[in-house]
Write a protein that binds this ligand. Structure first.
Ligand SMILES: [Zn+2]
Length: 182
């Protein structure tokens, strides 16, 4: 929704609330409703039955303006539908090396807070850097171990970030994750 649209909606809501309060207050003044009704009826009968001679060019201009407004409205409806597709900011988790990874995006789109979870019970995994320079991950709840993956923890994190970056760049994440899990 554009800023202009949200302002328009906010102003309409304010106007409706103000009118409702005024109507509620007016109901306390005796005779005000019959006066409002009489005035409205008078205005309506004037509006419906009065005839004003209008030049054809003005009528044509009004018609064109109405058509343009309708076309713009239809266009905005169509655009809204097409922009409902998946947004890359929704891609915040994925399975790599049999482990569920989650992350957030910083303001400039950089990957932050990358951490891994047990694919079975979603418990955050503890990592262990092994003597052979590889890193394994262990679930404290179900006891499952994952890996080992080559490199120390920093190395593994950087490698996963590169995979996320690749999937983002070539739109692979859209195909492999038709429904992005929470
Ligand atoms: Zn587990």
């Amino acid at each position: 929704m554009s800023e202009e649209e949200s302002h328009w909606i906010r102003n309409t809501v304010i106007a409706v609330v103000v009118l409702a309060i005024m109507g509620w207050l007016a109901s306390y003044i005796p005779g005000v409703w019959s006066w409002v009704k009489a005035t409205a009826t008078l205005f309506l009968s004037w509006f419906v039955f009065s005839k004003v001679p209008v030049p054809v060019w003005l009528l044509a201009l009004l018609l064109i303006a109405a058509l343009l407004v309708l076309a713009r409205f239809a266009g905005s409806l169509f655009n809204r539908r097409s922009s409902n597709g998946p947004n890359w900011l929704e891609y915040k988790n994925d399975l790599f090396h049999g482990v569920r990874w989650r992350w957030t995006f910083g303001a400039s789109g950089m990957i932050l807070n990358l951490s891994c979870f047990c694919p079975r019970d979603d418990t955050a995994l503890a990592y262990a850097e092994r003597f052979d320079g590889r890193t394994s991950f262990k679930c404290g709840k179900c006891g499952a171990t994952f890996g080992p993956i080559r490199g120390d923890r920093e190395h593994v994190i950087a490698m996963i970030e590169r995979q996320i970056d690749r999937k983002l760049r070539n739109d692979e994440w859209k195909r492999k994750n038709p429904t992005v899990a929470p």
